[in-house]
Design a binder for this molecule. Structure first.
Ligand code: ADE
Length: 359
């Protein structure tokens, strides 16, 4: 029976975790705020990318109070390059709630914080509050569907609930370690890409998929949708050592700063693609000829380069134009390269064009 198998697998997993866990900065300090910070940073972002950024963020904003007192621009600047910036804004809002009302003590209270879904609520509740609440994401579904050789589709909402209920029944007293041990097994042994290293797995003697040599058959999931491709012309306008930037409005990367840009009229190559919706941005220059009209609009084109950036559901294919602007168009903020780097949060999508900036 599933419950008995999982109960029996719990202690070996904890023992394996104590021996093999990675030395990660958020595994040292365990305040509610620091767990909230690490779990929000780790949403959609790899552990390796988070490590240094977590430490740096915590040095800059050591408490919920210090974060609550910061400006939105400061918070976004300290999140620069991590992507999914709504997490930074949610963290900031959550910090204000913690500073005003104190820390929640229940799963429901944690789940009500901005940016906290079921998975993150389970992680925070079990790690920071000692509650027997599971955190089930794709990694945990992978190890459990393999353990049970369970062919349920992990993209069905019911699957997550089924495994959450099962975990709740066997939760050991070491709640945080159990949650992180499940994550750890999925991260370093029962890995998502490529074959799992079953020789190093504490469950190799009981894992039904492994015993049947069927590890690769699990998890079962729906086919992914292809990303939408958007073509963008990006204008790095320079005028007497100052550069044009503007703040993005609603939508993707809201509130961050960007170089002026507009959807390119060039048809993307390949199938299943469409032109960029404007995301609320104004059309800045005629670009039927792939930006050749740009010179006439803004000034002399000094260089061009292409770059691409992949988001979860969208891929940007960009053509950048470095331009000696004829004038300082007042619709933009004009700032020096130094100021831009120090104070303006620019999404990584535009990083390729930052190399053009001269200090
Ligand atoms: N992914 C999400 N939360 C994590 C944690 N606490 N440790 C390692 N990886 C994680």
């Amino acid at each position: 029976m599933e419950e008995e198998l999982l109960r029996g697998a719990t202690e070996p997993l904890l023992a394996w975790y104590r021996e093999n866990k990675r030395d990660l900065p958020w595994r040292k300090e365990r305040s509610f705020y620091s767990v909230l910070l690490s779990e929000l940073m780790l949403q959609q972002t790899r552990v390796e990318a988070v490590k240094d950024r977590y430490t740096r963020f915590l040095e800059r904003f050591p408490t919920a109070q210090s974060l609550a007192a910061a400006s939105e621009d400061e918070v976004l600047k300290n999140w620069e390059g991590l992507g999914y910036y709504s997490r930074a804004r949610n963290l900031w809002k959550a910090a204000k709630i913690l500073a005003e009302r104190g820390e929640p003590q229940t799963w429901v209270g944690v789940r009500a914080l901005p940016g906290v879904g079921d998975y993150t609520a389970g992680a925070i509740s079990s790690i920071a509050l000692g509650l027997k609440e599971p955190a089930v994401d794709g990694n945990v579904l992978r190890i459990l569907t393999r353990l049970f050789a369970d062919g349920r589709n992990i993209d069905d909402a019911g699957t997550k609930k089924y495994f959450s209920d099962l975990l709740r029944k066997v939760f050991p007293p070491e709640t945080g370690d159990f949650t992180e041990a499940l994550m750890e097994l999925g991260a370093i042994v029962c890995v998502p890409n490529g074959p799992p290293t079953c020789g190093a797995c504490p469950w190799s003697g009981v894992c039904r998929a492994h015993l049947a040599g069927r590890e690769a058959e699990f998890p079962v999931r729906s086919e992914k949708k292809a990303r939408r491709i958007e073509m963008l012309d990006v204008f790095v306008l320079r005028h007497a050592d100052l550069y044009a930037v503007r703040k993005r409005g609603e939508g993707l990367l809201a509130g961050l700063w960007e170089f002026p840009n507009s959807p390119s009229q060039l048809a993307p190559s390949g199938e299943n693609q469409q032109l960029a919706p404007s995301e609320g941005n104004q059309q800045l220059a005629p670009s039927e000829e792939g930006g050749r009209g740009v010179g006439a609009t803004f000034g002399e084109v000094l260089a061009t380069k292409s770059a691409k950036h992949i988001f979860t559901h969208v891929e940007w294919r960009m053509t950048g134009y470095l331009i000696e602007a004829k004038e300082r168009d007042p619709q933009f903020a004009w700032v020096s390269a130094g100021e831009l780097r120090a104070h303006y949060a620019i999404p990584s999508a535009f990083r390729a064009f930052l190399a053009w900036l001269e200090e």
